[in-house]
Design a protein around this ligand. Sequence first.
Ligand SMILES: Cc1ncc(COP(=O)(O)O)c(C=O)c1O
Length: 388
Amino acid sequence: MSDSKYQFINDALEKRKRGNRFRTLTSYDPKDEVIISVGEDALINFSGNDYLGLSKHPDVIQRAKEYVDEYGTSAGASRLISGTFSIHEKLEEKIASTFDWESALLFNSGFQANSTIISTLTDRHSLILADKLSHNSLLQGSLASRADFQRFDHNSVDDLADKLDKASSREYKRIIVITESLFSMDGDRSDLQSISDLTQQHDAWLFIDDAHAMGVWGKNGLGLANSIQGIDMVLGTCGKAFGGFGAFLLCSSEIRDYLVNFCPGFIYTTALPPSVIGSIEASIELIPYMKEDRNRLYKHISVMREGIHKAGYSTGQSDSQIIPIIIGDDSETVELADYFKERGFLGTAIRPPTVPEGSARIRITLSSKHTESQINQFLTALTEWTND
Ligand SMILES: Cc1ncc(COP(=O)(O)O)c(C=O)c1O
């Protein structure tokens, strides 16, 4: 063995540091829906996913408290042992009926769902085709399977069509196509209708991660996948616009039964705790009626995007509350993030490997709870940086 069994850790960390890509944790304390503090400093948060401010909604907090009082702090066991309380089942029924799907199945997080569902549904006779910019959890799920795995060009229906055509000569038992409805790092959308038409023509499965769209987009805020026919499974996460934690899969009752029987990430883990079930339940009751909040958010999006363009930056193909200010160079991006902090804003630098090389960015996310004045202050700071 070489000098030390830990040498590879030191080497990897040194490499990250040399490349200016060393990640560290900073602790923030939320003061309200959009203000967070770091030590003595208060920052306007443009880096959260609580798009409707539901994590601080009194009804959501109240239901979480009620469920803790009534059911305790833990489910105490996994779902198949004794961790399915009546509130878990009631919530799954509510989710399925709200989204108008036959069934819903709760998962402990979106990451856990994505990284385990895909491998449960595929085997070595299967092919997984995933958008190149799919979230890491989808990538992990695909790599954990024994299936062939290919990525199609980002948002390219043509490349997907080409890959599906080529796959028809290979006798795969199953093909599963995976993409996001609204991409987490670029804020752009996929052409779900065309992808759905294509997968149906090839008798392939279609799995859509709707994490960033639910609550914000689509009829009654029920997501972008909700109005599209031909999708086999839709993943929703509750840690974003729901202001909570956890995730759910919308699917048929057969797929649900299959996952309950075979999906390790569902079976071998403690069920979501009562407080979390309470918060998701309250959020799902509120979301369809939050039209005004969504309209405010849509307005914020156009003001922010226009302002960033005026300051001379590209926002790529973003068409949502996730707006990248694309800088390109890693160091310059970090400098800009530091400058924002000095000016009282949190806009996080996102660098490779999270995004492709040469596309480092400040990833801005907007909430309906931001004020116009906060957005204008941010844009003024950006313009001053540009002119400096
Ligand atoms: C597209 C997408 N899917 C899944 C996840 C994971 O969800 P969760 O935070 O619930 O683990 C995320 C979160 O970062 C995401 O952006």
